[in-house]
Design a protein. Structure first.
Length: 283
């Protein structure tokens, strides 16, 4: 994957090495994060709640990090990819007569950190918090992406970032509000939300080379890596790994086949209009 030499936006909040001491009980924010953990990577809410309790519950204020571009390769990669998503989505929004507002920041942290949704923890995986419009990422997740999910390479990592940006776009457009409380199942609004974010990640792949003069781009092999990453986090794949059986009634993200197909739809069309999973008759 080509990204080194790509433009950095400095929209990084580096909290690595910053203490995550919290105060108080679980609170509403802890419940929100339990739901985020469930919808993002199928984590049992009780697991997230125990993590929140163990780290001190909801914080009264968030930790301050170092804002701007980072000097290490991992941080620079996140910086370049986030800037590339901004370069892609800004003209797409403008064409529709709207203004794109990038995420408030991408927060890189170690183990745990305060968020607008409560205490975040790395065991939850990367996530987007709509309350503060920030993306949260512990770079240690890259190892889990490879070892647990079998998704290797920079393209798989870029897919994850672009997917979380997709959730930010859904927040901006109000599509997040279409998810029904407690939604789950193969045809649920929760699955439709996740598949749409996969498709939006594909739209970024389609446009990235043009807006960055080729400095950020994925070749066909890279795109296959992204597709494999989408497949690796399908509900059926995760359920087989963790429980030994597939339960479609408990789906929150979609099957591996669905996630691959919708990501590929975004890549092939480059059209966010083709990503309207909420109106799709077939997921």
């Amino acid at each position: 994957m080509r990204w080194q030499g790509g433009r950095k936006g400095g929209n990084i909040e580096d909290r690595r090495g910053v203490s995550a001491a919290g105060v108080g009980g679980i609170g509403v924010g802890g419940v929100v994060l339990a739901l985020i953990g469930y919808f993002v990577f199928g984590i049992d809410p009780s697991t997230t709640m125990s993590v929140v309790q163990g780290t001190g519950g909801q914080q009264t204020q968030q930790q301050a990090g170092v804002r701007g571009s980072t000097t290490d390769e991992g941080g620079q990669f996140v910086d370049v990819i986030e800037q590339s998503t901004t370069d892609v989505w800004t003209p797409i929004f403008a064409k529709a007569g709207q203004q794109y507002r990038r995420p408030a920041s991408v927060v890189i942290y170690d183990q745990a950190t305060g968020t607008g949704c409560g205490m975040g923890q790395s065991a939850m995986g990367p996530f987007y918090c709509p309350a503060d419009q920030k993306i949260y990422l512990d770079l240690a997740f890259w190892r889990e992406l490879e070892t647990r999910f079998g998704a290797k390479g920079e393209a798989a990592r870029a897919y994850v970032i672009a997917h979380e940006v997709g959730h930010h776009i859904q927040h901006l457009t109000g599509q997040t509000n279409q998810v029904e409380r407690g939604s789950r199942g193969a045809d649920s609004s929760a699955v439709r939300l996740e598949l749409q974010a996969d498709c939006y990640a594909g739209v970024w792949v389609a446009h990235a080379p043009a807006v960055s003069d080729g400095q950020v781009s994925l070749d066909p092999a890279d795109i296959e890596d992204g597709i494999r990453a989408a497949a690796a986090v399908g509900d059926d794949a995760i359920q087989k790994q963790s429980q030994g059986r597939v339960m479609p009634d408990a789906f929150t993200h979609g099957s591996s086949e669905q996630r691959m197909r919708w990501f590929r739809t975004g890549v092939q069309t480059g059209d966010p209009g083709a990503c309207d999973t909420f109106k799709a008759g077939r997921l």
